[in-house]
Design a protein. Structure first.
Length: 183
């Protein structure tokens, strides 16, 4: 995947993550989470129902990012910083044209800069306390186990099942988001 494609998307996603994390201090997010949760559930259902023909997906990424790609990256960054869920817009936009291998590659490349900028913003705004950081460190072994399992099963899953599982995960994440906002 070319740098002219993923670096601009990662850059605007990182800026969006900072903006979203900064919004946490000034905007109540209850209603926003419900609306987004419903939107993401519908996105998950779309992924389960609409499985594109393999010939319609690109086996490689475009040479450079377009304005829409960067807009989706920025929006996703804001969502990640604001509510901690940035996957649905990325999957909805890029999953329409990229096969599972290139979609996964793109997500891996753009998450790291966004996660770093979001974490720094949380620290600056006092949202990342030592207690939260400690709990985050405690779950690292399970994260690495999940990454290992995901890597082991990635090749075994067909494109259509990959999209179905992705849709189910979006629905689960969205349901959790809605339920958490109601508490």
């Amino acid at each position: 995947m070319g740098k002219k494609y993923w670096i601009p998307i990662a850059f605007v996603m990182a800026i969006g993550s900072v903006a979203g994390a900064a919004l946490l201090k000034v905007i109540p997010n209850h209603g926003f989470q419900v609306i987004l949760g419903i939107t993401f559930i519908l996105t998950g259902v779309w992924f389960i129902i609409r499985i594109p023909e393999p010939g319609n997906l690109k086996s490689g990424a475009p040479r450079k990012a377009g304005l829409m790609d960067m807009g989706v990256g920025a929006f996703s960054g804001v969502l990640g910083g604001f509510i901690g869920v940035n996957v649905p817009p990325l999957v909805l936009h890029f999953g329409r044209v990229l096969d599972k291998r290139n979609l996964r590659r793109l997500l891996v490349l753009i998450y790291l800069p966004a996660a770093i900028s979001q974490t720094v913003t949380f620290m600056v705004n006092g949202l990342l306390t030592p207690r939260i950081a400690f709990h985050g460190l405690l779950i690292l072994p399970m994260i690495f186990l999940g990454i290992w399992l995901g890597n082991r099963t990635f090749e075994a899953v067909s494109e259509s099942w990959f999209r179905r599982v992705l849709g189910i995960l979006l629905i689960v994440i969205s349901t959790r988001l809605i339920l958490r906002s109601m508490m």
